[in-house]
Design a protein around this ligand. Structure first.
Ligand code: XMP
Length: 510
């Protein structure tokens, strides 16, 4: 396995993804871990990430130079390369021209990370740096250069140390992934046998080992993560798992039945469905503040779930669909970022119920979880489902949530999804949904004046939900959605399209 040391680059996660795509297992750890940790990890190779710092800067993150004497190949990317140079006695200086964006490197040799390439050839890469190497440490040779960087790539063939000035992990370096593959498989000698089939085997064994004779409960939301986790755990321990699905009355049309069918009939996994719609609506009466709504829903969920678990009897573990990006976020060198919205997942449950966590996908990225779902035989429709927030339609029903408003929203939302799917856009956008606005406006229907509600269409493109752009949907699709919603949904006479990006707006309205 490969160890990635994070110095705070925005691209560190991408390095891990590219390594995994080469079917090699890797983990990201902050650069502050000590030498013993690194030795115990026994990596077959180490990758040093980029960083917003400059090596000469006060407070710049360092590592123990003994890392370079472990006999383990090291690849330094951008800051990682400058740090390696700095610690091994080379010279790093501010570049006269900072280099950002596309650049072409000329290769000296097709060796090491450049094995798949032609010597003397040009490669397009993505540069983003203000410092450059001006003097090599002893034992090092130049591997590639650009007009602005005399040392765009360097190596010490004896110690198998590599440094590159550019970011091979981003898509703007078209063949960068091949360089990373050449490093982890070629230079480090990793097998490339990290596949979802092998993951199912090892993680099933780990789940059995952790759980023993204990009982696990899982909170199904219908989303990809909790579904995949539940199917995986059921495969590992069978009836020692109970799945619970809380119908909070804030779900999309047909959601509850879809989940029940897939779990009970398709996988034969016992599922308890709790009808708590009235309770949630009751608790939401008079609540208009978005954060307050989220808190009320979170608390009510815990209460309902807790009660159900008591009925089950002895329970020891709670299954949780924690993903690797959440793990990285909490251990990041930069520290966790500020809370913009209090997300409702199953947080708060484990402490209250004194449960230990089973988190079998905490090492996986979202796309790997989808692949895992496929390998487990889950229906494509479930795997490809667009994200749906825990507080559900409540945060898309602006202002107070009532049964009447939910009915309108649900009907509009169903039309939006039908049309988006019909146009073949469902997989192309990150999310597409309806929002019921807390305004009424004047319209005319036949000869009558109307004064009714407005629905907003929100459709965004995103890779991770952290940033997003509004989707440039074809006018014909917008026209069809608008005409159907206004004609078919009673109480709606106007439809608008949300053309805000995130930031500064967020994807959801509350
Ligand atoms: P925002 O609105 O913050 O949403 O731009 C980013 C992504 O997160 C989803 N979202 C949630 N997911 N629990 C969840 O599991 C929540 O409480 C929650 N709130 C927002 C949102 O749908 C989008 O994909």
């Amino acid at each position: 396995r490969i160890l990635i040391l994070d110095f705070g680059s925005q691209y560190t996660q991408l390095i891990a993804r590219r390594v995994r795509e080469a079917h090699v297992y890797c983990e990201i750890h902050p650069c502050t871990v000590d030498l013993d940790f690194i030795k115990n990890f026994s990596p077959k190779g180490i990758i040093l990430s980029g960083s917003p710092y400059s090596v000469e800067q006060e407070g710049a993150p360092m590592i123990d130079p003994a890392v370079f004497d472990l006999g383990v190949p090291v690849l330094g990317i951008c800051y990682g390369m400058q740090l390696m140079t700095h610690l091994l006695g080379g010279r790093v200086a501010r570049a006269q021209h900072r280099e950002f964006g596309r650049a072409h490197i000329r290769l000296e040799e097709n060796t090491g990370i450049f094995t798949p390439f032609e010597a003397g050839g040009l490669q397009e890469v993505w540069m983003s740096h203000g410092d450059r190497i001006e003097g090599l440490p002893s034992g090092f040779e130049r591997l590639a250069w650009t007009d602005n960087s005399p040392y765009a790539a360097i190596h010490d063939p004896q110690r198998k140390l590599y440094g590159i000035q550019f970011h091979c992990e981003v898509v703007h370096s078209p063949r960068g992934a091949e360089m990373l593959t050449a490093f982890v498989r070629g230079v480090c000698g990793c097998e490339g046998d990290w596949t979802m089939a092998s993951f199912i085997e090892t993680s099933s064994a780990a789940i059995r080992e952790q759980v023993g004779q204990g009982h696990v409960i899982s909170a199904l939301s219908g989303g990809v993560d909790s579904s995949v986790v539940s199917v995986l755990i059921h495969k590992a321990i069978g009836d020692q798992l109970t799945c619970i699905f809380v119908d909070n009355g804030l779900l999309r049309t047909g959601e509850r039945d879809r989940v029940a069918t897939v779990f009970r009939e398709y996988f034969h996994i016992p599922l308890r469905v709790i009808d708590a719609a009235d309770l949630f609506l009751d608790r939401l009466k008079g609540v208009t503040d978005p954060e307050q709504k989220r808190k009320v829903i979170g608390r009510t969920f815990i209460e309902v779930f807790d009660q159900e678990a008591k009925d089950i009897g002895e329970v020891d573990f709670l299954a949780q669909g924690t993903l690797y990006p959440d793990v990285i976020e909490s251990i990041s060198f930069k520290g966790p970022s500020a809370t913009i919205k209090s997300h409702h997942n199953v947080g708060g449950l484990p402490e209250r119920m004194k449960l230990k966590l089973v988190e079998p996908v905490r090492e996986l990225f979202k796309d790997e979880v989808r692949e895992l779902g496929r390998e487990l035989g889950m229906p494509e429709e479930m795997i490809r489902r667009q994200p749906f927030p825990g507080p559900g339609l409540a945060i898309r029903c602006l202002g107070e949530v009532t049964a009447e408003k939910l009915a309108i929203l649900r009907q509009a939302d169903t039309i939006v999804l039908e049309e988006i799917k019909e146009a073949g856009l469902y997989d192309r956008v990150w999310q597409s949904f309806a929002v019921l606005l807390p305004v009424q406006s004047v319209g005319v229907m036949g000869d009558e004046r109307t004064y009714e509600q407005a629905i907003c269409l929100r459709a965004v493109e995103s890779v991770d939900g952290m940033t997003a752009d509004w989707a440039h949907l074809p006018y014909e699709v917008l026209a069809r959605i608008s005409s159907r919603v206004i004609n078919e949904v009673k109480g709606v006479n106007r439809m608008v399209y949300d053309i805000s990006s995130k930031p500064p707006a967020t994807i959801e309205w509350e």
